[in-house]
Ligand binder design. Sequence first.
Ligand code: FAD
Length: 436
Amino acid sequence: MGLRQESIHSVGPKPEKRFSTAIVGGGLAGLSLAIGLVQRGIPVQVFEGATEWTDAGAGLVFAKNSMVAMEKISPDIYKAFAKRSSGQGWESKKTTYMDYRDGSTNGGLITSVICANTGQESVHRTLFAKDLVALLPSGTFHMGKRLVAIDNRPDGGYTLRWADGHSTDADVVLGSDGIKSKCRLLLLGEDSPEAVPKFAKEFAYRGMVPMERAIEVLGEEFARNSMVNIGSNCLTTTYPVEKGTLLNLVACRSIDTWEHDEWVVPSSQEAVRKDFAGCGSIMQKVISMMDKPAMWALFDHPECSTFYKGRFALIGDAAHASTPHQGAGCGQAFEDALVMCSLLDDEQVVSAADVEDALEAYDAVRRPRTLKIVNTSRENGEICMKRGEDTGDDLGKIKATLDERFHWIWHEDLDQQVQQAKLKMREVSKARLPSK
Ligand SMILES: Cc1cc2nc3c(=O)[nH]c(=O)nc-3n(C[C@H](O)[C@H](O)[C@H](O)COP(=O)(O)OP(=O)(O)OC[C@H]3O[C@@H](n4cnc5c(N)ncnc54)[C@H](O)[C@@H]3O)c2cc1C
């Protein structure tokens, strides 16, 4: 892969950190941040609400920025990822991110989008998350700790209250509790319209099938490589995971409103076939492998006026959940984790009182980029369902935008982003000095 290896530690002895940190939510955002903090000598405890692992049967694709961020947080994270990851199955497609095909007809190629150096790699989310937990020191990851409330303490710290009736004190709280985040509600205020996720006017069927079966149904090229099939008001995305032994399936469909209370509702093969009735043969084949289909409503967080207050900040989907159409949501969680652990590692951050400046810098650098990604992801979903405002069903225009629209996400200079955040922290601290 040739990702650059760099030391994660600054040169010379560092002052001991005199603050305690609680991470709420043990998904990939919280886990990667926790590993980054632990490896930089910053004390942290992770509190996960679930009592056991549930397998949503979901894969994740990553392009260059996500892989570079993982390695810069900790080479151990990248190694855990590489142990499981699958790239494109064919040598000739190693730098391809995805092949985009016209799924309305016979799956003819619209464009192969290239991500220089890395191409695309994918992973089984739950298995990867379990490997990351194993990288944490024992006694730092707690399951069955569902946050219900946070009380402010007079010293500027927090008391976190759990559903089991217990509580934990922490000087700093980092909320990585996903799209339905309790932390977000508490930080932005339960009445804030920004606090709740917005329905993205689409839903997805998701599944995973053994590669042998996928090859039988789709043929070698479709099954072993990553494909998006573009249809009218629908699309399918397929990519190999677990070293190419499984094929991950996603089939999205636009819909104006979501009438159910639940976000995941059971469905049937008959309903899926009806939803994809007008599509071409290759999309029909993809959906034919959805054995026990469920409809997953897609929501996102297109707006957020702040990612922090005091010593309390949001990271990952809690801050900027997005639709899946750029394969970028989790990569942004890794970038958040990289910037956050680099700021807290800085020699300027020693006591709890120093942390607010770090969180202000984190917010200034991370919020504009992540919210832009949420919005361009929604837009890309529309383009790939042939209803983009400027592209419609014009395959030439769709190709032109797909060929250029991902590069600003993938080829971000992450060292520069960290540097920018540290400079911002110093500016903020300087401006705050008289009142400190
Ligand atoms: C269909 C689909 C496909 C996607 N594909 C991709 C992709 O290919 N590439 C990519 O980069 N991104 C993708 N994403 C986005 C990606 O899944 C998310 O951005 C990423 O998983 C977010 O991680 P997270 O840790 O922030 O949140 P989560 O994974 O949701 O983790 C949050 C954790 O917090 C816990 N929690 C919740 N509430 C509480 C509470 N009150 N107290 C304590 N713990 C709590 C939850 O149990 C959970 O473990 C996709 C998303 C969807 C919906």
